[in-house]
Design a protein around this ligand. Structure first.
Ligand code: XIL
Length: 373
């Protein structure tokens, strides 16, 4: 069926049909495949959404997002510092808007995240006594998870509780509540959000030592008789260094626990970096060598990025029965958090769409990996 859609503010006529999408971009008007359709029988395809996108203030994103993605994660608006800024104050404004935007566009919501040591509101670190901390912990989960039960598909109940060696991170949660805080978080979320899938999410948890810690943590939750439905591998990887073997072993070992496996925050770093992972508190010294592609990405790097994405998706498609979702951490390169982290003001190229919302060579490599059904 062909439908004509007149886009407000763009005075542009778009032709949409079932298999091919015509996206108006600032550079050109062209037909491109839709990721969510291409991978429909394999896994859900997601993106992180920021405020501009949720409020549809960016007309090109407003066209591209529903064309390409059938699931989304709030990049920031459901994190504690925004949704629960003070002891007795919750701010659901943007989170509610995200839920409404996704409902309108038939996009499921992967809510992110209930318990995380980063992006906490300042009051949490000022809480001295354990009882008050417990009150915050339980109230936060009950209030936030309870509000969105039935409205979101899933919660990242706990984010990044592990160190690189697989031991528990000495976070404020561990210090105040002890090792069992993860089980308690899932137990509380299960009661508050009985219709919502509950996930553990981390970066580098495809790497063997951290993976072993992650498996032990999941088994501990299961042994306590508490529900955990899935594990997220964030997938903040680096050009030329996608750990395909570790990823494959992780998919197999995690799914052997009887839970869903997903890639939850996919991007591929192309700029200089002296560490791996995605600890948002880690920063790097800035100097002239740190931003080599400010005027554009050389073809050779563009091609390498395409090859990396192609190899990764070949692996993910091979394991499509165990992978439920692949979410990119952002819509286009210009909107990626990697322009500002771990060094501010860089020009990065980690995603499938460029700054003009045009598909990059990596996009076509990814599309070509889809299983033939
Ligand atoms: C990032 C956001 O993209 C940024 O906008 C924000 O300033 C910091 O957090 N792991 C996660 C995500 O689980 O929540 C982080 O998102 C990236 C690393």
């Amino acid at each position: 069926m062909i439908k004509n859609v007149l886009l407000a503010g763009m005075s542009t006529l778009l032709l949409l049909d079932a298999s091919c999408i015509s996206a108006q971009t600032s550079a050109t008007d062209q037909k491109i495949p839709s990721l969510k359709k291409v991978f429909k029988k394999d896994f859900a395809i997601g993106t992180a959404l920021n405020n501009m996108q949720i409020e549809e203030k960016d007309p090109q994103a407003a066209v591209l997002i529903p064309q390409q993605f059938n699931t989304a994660t709030p990049e920031n608006v459901m994190k504690a510092e925004i949704i629960h800024p003070q002891w007795d104050t919750y701010n659901f404004d943007m989170a509610d808007k995200m839920v409404a935007y996704c409902k309108k566009n038939s996009i499921t919501v992967n809510a992110h995240t209930l318990i995380w040591h980063s992006q906490l509101p300042p009051f949490v670190r000022r809480i001295q006594d354990v009882d008050s901390f417990k009150t915050f912990f339980y109230n936060h989960i009950k209030t936030v998870a309870g509000r969105y039960d039935g409205k979101v598909l899933s919660w990242d109940v706990v984010n990044e509780a592990l160190n690189e060696d697989g031991t528990m991170r000495k976070s404020v949660f561990l210090q105040k509540l002890g090792d069992d805080f993860v089980v308690e978080a899932f137990r509380t979320a299960q009661a508050a959000a009985p219709h919502t899938q509950l996930y553990y999410n981390d970066y580098n948890n495809e790497q063997p030592a951290k993976r072993a810690g992650c498996i032990a943590l999941i088994k501990k939750i299961q042994a306590a008789g508490v529900r955990i439905d899935g594990v997220g591998i964030q997938g903040h990887w680096h050009l030329g260094k996608i750990p395909l073997k570790d990823i494959e072993e992780s998919i197999e070992q995690y799914s052997a626990l009887g839970i869903k496996v997903m890639i939850t925050e996919l991007d591929i770093e192309v700029l200089p970096r002296n560490f791996q992972g995605a600890d948002v508190n880690q920063r790097m010294q800035n100097d002239a060598t740190m931003n080599p592609y400010a005027n554009g990405l050389p073809d050779s790097v563009q091609q390498k990025l395409a090859d990396d994405y192609g190899a990764l998706f070949t692996l993910l498609v091979k394991h499509k029965d165990q992978i439920s979702r692949v979410t990119f951490w952002g819509v286009n390169d210009g909107q990626s958090w990697l322009n500002g982290w771990p060094v501010r003001g860089r020009t990065n190229y980690p995603l499938l769409f460029d700054r003009n919302f045009l598909p990059k060579p990596a996009f076509y490599k990814v599309v070509a990996t889809a299983a033939k059904h």
